[in-house]
Design a protein around this ligand. Sequence first.
Ligand code: KIV
Length: 290
Amino acid sequence: MSTPPAGKLPLPELAAMKRRGDRIVMVTAYDAPSARLADAAGVELVLVGDSAAMVMLGYESTVPVTLDEMIFLTRAVTRAARQPLVIGDLPFGSYEISDEQAVASAIRMLKEGGADVVKLEGAGRMVSRVRAIAESSIGVMGHVGLTPQSATKLGGFRAQGRSAAAALEVYDGARALEEAGCFAVVLEAVPARVAERITQALSIPTIGIGAGSGCDGQVLVWHDLLGMYPGRTPRFVKRYAELAGEIGGALEQYAGEVRSGAFPDERHTYAIADDELARFEAALAARGGV
Ligand code: KIV
């Protein structure tokens, strides 16, 4: 892989953090201002997740978002995130067909999106996709447990690995992804005890979302973490702010002030010198008035 820009977190540092017991912080972002804030907050990993389909683009699931759309969003994030590693999420349909398709999509994500590494969902048949991407010298993150791209097949957005057989399937999937060359694996909506056991079994870091505190790191979706929408959030989300309320209040105040004429006032306008204004009026008068 090419030398990362100065200040960029080196990929091997993640495994070193696991060995030291240092927790890894990951958050999603989909635009430059958010990426800049995540960078300033010192997070290690920024995921341009295909959750963008739902939280940014208004779709009901992550399935419709295209590789072109994900590259567009990733480009915005990579322009602003200096230190964190930026992970470009490969959307549904961009890697399922063949290993060649997976490698081609990963290459586009790096070359056009500027991502440092990529992520894809699933084990089983996807292990071969991971191996092909890793063998192309592209860092790849796995994702097992609840994999939203296959939510319909899984019976909805529900926890996975809650029986011994299902837990074993998640465990074996994570092990296979490590063996195939993943540098880390997301464990989503998996019982905490199962996630902890998987974390012990892997030498690569696990990043949990709804998988308890026994993982090596945690990820939350930007809009969940910041309370960017009203109403309920999934059980595993902690809202660290209530920005939807604040933004809504600010917009209502703005609308009220525009309508009442309270905005803009003197401070928000530009002045013109009296003599220039007089000349301007004279020029208008010379044109015959209005
Ligand atoms: O797309 C996404 O945001 C994700 C995270 C939930 C891990 O895959």
